[in-house]
Design a protein around this ligand. Sequence first.
Ligand SMILES: Nc1ncnc2c1ncn2[C@@H]1O[C@H](COP(=O)(O)OP(=O)(O)O)[C@@H](O)[C@H]1O
Ligand SMILES: [Mg+2]
Length: 198
Amino acid sequence: MSHNIVWHNAAVSHNERQQLNGHKPCLLWYTGLSGSGKSTIANAVDRMLFDLGCHTYLLDGDNVRHGLNRDLGFDDASRVENIRRITEVSRLMLDAGLIVGTAFISPFIADRAQAKALAGDAFIEVFVDTPLAICEQRDPKGLYKKARAGEIAHFTGISSPYEAPLSPDIHLQTAALTIEQAARQVVVFLQQHAIICQ
Ligand SMILES: Nc1ncnc2c1ncn2[C@@H]1O[C@H](COP(=O)(O)OP(=O)(O)O)[C@@H](O)[C@H]1O
Ligand SMILES: [Mg+2]
């Protein structure tokens, strides 16, 4: 890094932003298999929080790969860089006082640990826990069918491992929950931890 780059302190403090927003910032890091329900639940949570007057933003896996991370593939180094960029963007949004959601498979414990290390206390790991058989049955994008046919390499759950969180902050067992119930569980967590007060 250049020695000529000096951090400029912000005129508006985190506390001031928090007071204006009426809530604390946090990073809801959804992790789970493809088709587990990350995007669906994260969007339902976003809707609920928005309707409560919270300032939120959701970074979704596929959407980010269309733009910011369009140059990245799916090899190990690219996956690490994918997470690093997402986390850095999330940090900027946390700095702006937002409740940020990220919906990426993020299959490796080490990568999520890296995100947690960068985001600090604001990091909330949300395990969207759906058995592989159910994800495969849902197959909302037809990807499992392709993966089983050998058309997609390194597909999480089929030909690449998924390392489940050992102690997630929020554990959503979607086989036993409606989308609404799962989203409600996240919102209640934020209320119980005084991140939002509504
Ligand atoms: N209880 C549930 N929670 C989340 N999604 C569910 C549930 N029941 C059924 N689904 C369906 O499962 C699919 C999950 O897809 P998606 O949210 O795109 O998964 P991901 O983002 O994890 O790849 C959606 O079609 C959703 O409607
Ligand atoms: Mg998704």
